[in-house]
Design a binder for this molecule. Structure first.
Ligand code: MF3
Ligand code: CO
Ligand code: CO
Length: 286
């Protein structure tokens, strides 16, 4: 999501709070974790389903059709259709597209890398996740960028537990990216979610350890770093959605929806087929 506010936020019991985003951080109970597990698993299964479909000659519109049918066939709803005027089930962000790439007639070609981002609503709960897919065997440079972005996501998630801070998450992600001399996109961030798609807090993918909001059990949010091969700057195309790197450099993103537990973190959007990781995706689509 786009960063809109940087205020210091308060916490609220999600069961007593109005559903609408209020700027306060909701602390969810066990029933929310059940709902998020179901929604997260369906969204992840949708990305699994797409693995063999991502190949040269296939249009991004075809992938969008497949994702929409999969979600509807499972009695769920695609969260992005009609979201702020968006008309599609997935975002397909190719090569130098950072995020929010719009599915269309563009056919995939060998050497493309593409992020597919899907959000499914199951019983009112939002499962939001994205992964990178490679068309054909990726170049070393692309592989390194995808691997590092996945590692950055997982390093950010690894520090999540009650008492840690959002700054710890951002710092862990940033350290991975900078370790490979890549840059972190600053214009988009992770977000609280649950019965609301984009809620407080903003989850920045850079930051200082110890800074930012303290994590508490019951918080539910996404972590979704966008990492650029070149400079961090992005711009939005005239369609109002597509975000690209200003320098046209390659970019990658991975996203999980997670919840803070009493002793750590639960990842709701792990791949049921074990296809989360970049090399696993490759092996499965070879
Ligand atoms: N799934 C995206 C996210 O991670 C949001 C996409 S909004 C859309 O927050 F309208 F572009 F689909
Ligand atoms: Co998201
Ligand atoms: Co998403």
């Amino acid at each position: 999501m786009t960063i809109t506010d940087a205020a210091i936020l308060d916490y609220v019991d999600a069961r007593e709070a109005p559903r609408a985003p209020s700027g306060r951080i909701k602390l969810h109970g066990p029933e929310a974790f059940v709902g998020m597990r179901n929604a997260g698993q369906l969204a992840a299964a949708c990305l699994d389903m797409l693995v063999p479909e991502v190949k040269a000659g296939v249009s991004t519109r075809r992938l969008d059709d497949l994702a929409r049918e999969f979600i509807l066939d499972h009695g769920a709803l695609p969260a992005c259709i009609f979201y702020r005027g968006y008309r599609h089930t997935i975002c397909t962000s190719l090569n130098h597209v950072v995020c929010h790439g719009i599915p269309g007639d563009r056919a995939l070609r060998d050497d493309d890398i593409v992020n597919i981002d899907v959000t499914a609503i199951v019983d009112g709960w939002h499962g939001d996740t994205s992964r990178m897919y490679a068309v054909g065997a990726p170049k070393r440079k692309a592989q390194r960028l995808m691997d590092t972005t996945y590692e950055a996501l997982m390093a950010g998630i690894a520090v999540i537990r009650p008492g840690a801070t959002l700054g710890d998450v951002g710092a862990a992600i940033q350290a991975k990216a900078h370790g490979e001399r890549f840059s972190v996109v600053r214009e988009f961030c992770g977000h609280g979610l649950g019965e609301v798609f984009h809620d407080a807090p903003n989850v920045l993918h850079y930051g200082r350890a110890g800074a930012g909001q303290v994590l508490k059990a019951g918080m539910i949010f996404t972590v979704e770093p966008m990492i650029n091969y070149g400079a961090p700057g992005v711009r939005i195309l005239s369609d109002g959605w597509t975000a690209v790197t200003k320098d046209k450099s390659l970019t990658a993103q991975y996203e999980h929806s997670v919840g803070v537990t009493e002793d750590g973190v639960e990842i709701f959007t792990r791949s049921p087929a074990g296809l989360d990781q970049p090399h696993a995706l490759l092996a499965a689509s070879a």
